[in-house]
Design a protein around this ligand. Structure first.
Ligand SMILES: C[S@@+](CC[C@H](N)C(=O)[O-])C[C@H]1O[C@@H](n2cnc3c(N)ncnc32)[C@H](O)[C@@H]1O
Length: 251
């Protein structure tokens, strides 16, 4: 929400999915289903080939120990989960969860090709199909911005983490200042133009990307909301000229 000092963000408004709609879950799923085949390619293109390095940094910050049980929520096509699966020291198990079957199919195919024994589970991050306190590490890459209820989603992640377990959130963050202006030009103009064309997204998924970043809480606010959801020692570092952040919190 905008404050007295921060004007309401101007949205493109040309996506079929409104990031302020707090009942948008089904529309988000349809949107990701439609772009699933081009999702990885678009990640590489719009990040200038940097997206895997950002995930690798998040994996390092997760400080996985031998025998940890890891859950990757909003796993998409599986890149983040598969990095955890290849981690040294090896976790006891890595599970990927997503609510878009088309994304999970691609993740499963990648996992099989790499021989990674990752169970790919269909489920909603807001109602995780797991018992309380059963994971040591949870990661969410570019997922929490899509939760139709961010606070409820963070509480649900806290529920399935063991006490002392770590949540790592890699997410885009609204950028400010001069760099913010350049980043906003890139995100609001270039990315939708390239992304919508290459993905042929009927919902204009890459306009949704720009708009959902614009309305998403800044990094300090996300840290406060993680704390309110039950995490302690919440820290964050910014990446890519302040346009992205990795938050870490302890349950
Ligand atoms: C931008 S993609 C990120 C994929 C992957 N984590 C990555 O790093 O590339 C967002 C993913 O979150 C999934 N998603 C969004 N909201 C979800 C929810 N409430 N429950 C489960 N999955 C969700 C979408 O289906 C999509 O695959």
């Amino acid at each position: 929400m905008a404050t007295a000092t921060e004007p309401e963000p101007r949205l493109r408004g040309d996506s079929a999915v409104d990031p302020r709609d707090n009942a948008r879950g089904a529309k988000v799923r349809e949107m990701f289903a439609a772009i699933s085949g081009r999702y990885d390619l678009l990640n590489r293109v719009i990040s200038g080939g940097r997206d895997m390095a950002w995930r690798r940094k998040a994996v390092r910050l997760a400080q996985v120990k031998a025998g940890d049980r890891v859950l990757d929520v909003c796993c998409g096509t599986g890149d983040f989960a598969l990095m955890f699966a290849a981690h040294n020291p090896a976790p006891a198990g890595v599970t990927g969860l997503d609510f878009t079957p088309e994304m999970l199919r691609l993740a499963r195919a990648k996992g099989e090709k790499l021989g990674a024994p990752v169970p790919w589970v269909a489920g909603d991050a807001l109602r995780l199909p797991f018992a309380d306190a059963c994971f040591d590490v949870i990661s969410v890459g570019y997922g929490v911005r899509n939760f139709q209820d961010l606070d409820a989603g963070l509480v649900e992640l806290a529920r399935v983490l063991k006490p002392g377990g770590r949540l790592v959130v890699l997410e885009c963050t609204p950028a400010r200042g001069l760099i913010g202006k350049c980043a906003n030009f890139y995100i609001n103009r270039v990315v939708p133009w390239v992304g919508n064309a290459l993905s042929k997204s009927p919902q204009k998924a890459y306009s949704y990307l720009a708009d959902s970043i614009a309305v998403f809480p800044g990094a300090a606010e996300l840290a406060r909301r993680m704390t309110r959801a039950g995490f302690r020692e919440v820290t964050f570092c910014k990446l890519n000229l302040g346009t992205m952040a990795i938050h870490v919190g302890v349950r």
